[in-house]
Design a protein around this ligand. Structure first.
Ligand code: C2E
Ligand code: CA
Ligand code: CA
Length: 565
């Protein structure tokens, strides 16, 4: 007879039953009755039974529980199982000689009852089969409700249960919580997906325990994001500490939390959790595992953003979006030479004046408006290149920014081809800047798209290099033409001698791969000279010029073209 965990002889198609029973004779009888039809796992003590339950609840069809165990009362085991949302849905049949216990067990959620001494085998089998079939109907529902990896509610059901909570407790104020794992993708990259999955399962278990204790419910949204809805409290910092305890050590990960306290029931669930997310974003880069709280400042920002979204259609219609151009200089020869420019959008808002893209680009990315705005900017830019060609007899190469959202459109290469064809300029004059972090978000998809774009004849600059945690190794295989070093990356280098060597290494690696290097955000002569000494090819920044509206850029070109081209 097998005691405990797995048995390699087990037939995978059979349903699995856990028997918690301390007496050997009873185990033997049950084994004889059940083994033809079922996989049977035995536990001899309550503790062992609970352990197996926690590990194998996903594959169990039924639990047979003896009420008289040496280490625990069967009733207590039942109570524990029913208190845990995941194991609570398993069907239980209680076995005892004590008729009195029957009612108590049924009240605690036992599904059925088998008296000892055991009735005839056919009777035992029939009761077991009936119970299992009864539950499998519900089980189907259970798995559509729950996330496969963690056993937590999926967002749809989570929102439903949260709304149910409101209905049942109209007077209990509640908090909407969003929790996620700091830099989870690094965990996956460094230790592999299996490790990442295990970490998520562990974190999910910890969240479920801690937040269920607080009277809340927990769901999973997307890879490493979790939702919780809890009766109001104010000690979330302590709670988060409890959650992170152990996770940090075992999984090198830390959970952060955003709280929207006393959630307004006048707005829909999605929106309540969007507020929790904004609160979480406040502590995004914090290393202290802090809790972000939704407050008046975030509320004002939300209203402001809503206004901007509302104004979008008019902005396109009335041509409020304009393109500024910032020159780039080739610094390889003795004298810097104006060689190209970057197109940067500005919103000339009727009430707010010039709004900078740092404010509205992330917002448009979230709401999908970015595609329309970007293609509008690309068309404007392409027309401008064309018009300068006619004016100066020089096709000035200009780079445009391509958002990660744009890259998910399989028709993007076609769209861009149309843009340049319509303006009558060559692909080579239209450079595409793609931010480094897009590559680390979804490497496969982005790499595929970058390849397709290059096959269409476009050249690609990897923007913001040094901020997206891609490895140097990764650059060697990416379909790109230029590395654009991030401003902050360059700045830190000037503060710290060690990083200066890092720049040098990056530049020489880039050259060995046939990639050009651009440094952005260059403001001083000193920075310029140092970058030149390190072998950097192209420089962009306030040292030469701020981004300029087209007329001023034209004047700038006139000034520099004749003397230095
Ligand atoms: P980015 O692509 O990294 O652009 C560089 C930013 O640094 C620009 O800010 C530029 O004005 C600023 N900058 C340039 N030289 C210097 C300098 O020497 N010192 C300092 N302190 N700053 C400098 P801007 O124009 O506000 O753009 C911010 C970001 O918005 C851009 O970062 C880019 O990610 C995004 N963006 C701008 N235009 C577009 C667009 O048309 N489409 C998309 N999708 N994103 C855009
Ligand atoms: Ca850029
Ligand atoms: Ca950049």
């Amino acid at each position: 007879m097998e005691i405990g965990y797995s048995d390699s002889r087990l037939n995978r198609d059979k349903r699995k039953i856990l028997v918690i029973e301390d007496e050997i004779i009873n185990r033997m009888i049950l084994e004889n009755i059940l083994r033809e039809t079922y996989d049977v796992v035995f536990a001899e003590t309550g503790a062992q039974g609970l352990e197996i339950l926690n590990e194998q609840f996903r594959t169990l069809s039924l639990v047979l529980l003896d009420l008289n165990l040496p280490d625990m009362y069967g009733v207590d085991i039942l109570r524990q199982i029913k208190a845990d949302a995941v194991t609570a849905v398993l069907p239980f049949i209680v076995m005892t000689a004590d008729q009195e216990a029957e009612v108590q067990c049924l009240n605690l959620g036992a599904t059925d009852f088998i008296a000892k001494p055991y009735p005839k085998p056919e009777v035992v089998l029939a009761r077991i089969l009936r119970t299992i079939e009864l539950f499998e109907g519900r089980d189907l529902l259970r798995w559509t409700e729950r996330d496969q990896l963690t056993g937590l509610y999926n967002p749809e059901f989570f929102f439903r249960y949260a709304a149910q909570f409101d209905d049942r407790h109209p007077d209990i104020p509640t908090d909407a919580l969003l929790l996620d794992v700091n830099r989870f993708h690094i965990l996956n990259e460094r230790y592999g997906k299996a490790f990442g999955d295990e970490a998520l399962r562990h974190i999910a278990d910890k969240l479920r325990k801690t937040l269920n204790d607080a009277g809340g419910i927990v769901g999973r949204r997307g890879a490493d994001a979790f939702l919780a809805y809890c009766p109001h409290r104010s000690d979330y910092a302590d709670l988060l500490r409890q959650i992170n305890d152990g996770i940090e050590k075992d999984y090198h990960a830390r959970v952060r939390m955003g709280v929207y306290p006393n959630a307004d029931r006048g707005i829909d669930m999605e929106r309540r959790f969007a507020r929790a997310k904004q609160a979480a974003d406040k502590v995004k880069s914090s290393f202290s595992g802090a809790v972000g709280v939704y407050d008046a400042a975030l509320y004002d920002k939300e209203s402001f953003n809503e206004q901007l979204l509302e104004d979008f259609a008019a902005a396109i219609r009335e041509e409020q979006f304009t393109v500024y151009f910032q020159p780039k200089f080739d610094i390889r020869s003795e004298k810097p030479r104006l060689c190209s420019a970057e197109a940067l959008v500005r919103w000339n808002h009727p009430r707010l004046g010039i709004v900078s893209p740092g404010i509205f680009i992330p917002l448009f990315e979230e709401n999908g408006l970015i595609r329309e705005m970007d293609s509008y900017i690309w068309e404007k830019t392409a027309r401008q290149i064309r018009s300068w060609r006619e004016q100066f007899g020089w096709t000035i190469p200009v780079s445009v920014n391509v958002s990660r959202i744009d890259l998910s459109d399989p028709l993007l290469p076609k769209l861009l081809e149309k843009v340049v064809d319509k303006a009558g300029i060559p692909q080579a004059a239209f450079l595409l800047e793609i931010t480094e972090s897009a590559y680390t978000d979804d490497a496969e998809q982005i790499v595929g798209m970058a390849k397709a774009l290059r096959e269409s004849g476009f050249r690609i600059e990897m923007d913001d290099f040094g901020t997206g945690y891609s490895s140097l190794n990764m650059i060697t295989t990416l379909p790109i033409d230029t590395l654009k070093l991030d401003m902050q990356f360059v700045r830190t280098a000037f503060r710290d001698k060690k990083d200066m060597r890092l720049i040098e290494a990056v530049v020489s690696l880039a050259h060995s791969l046939g990639l050009a290097t651009v440094a952005e955000g260059v403001e001083t002569e000193e920075q310029l000279q140092a970058l030149k000494a390190l072998g950097c090819d192209i420089v962009q920044g306030y040292y030469f010029s701020k981004p300029l509206p087209p007329e001023e850029f034209e004047a700038f070109v006139r000034l520099h073209k004749d003397t230095e081209v």
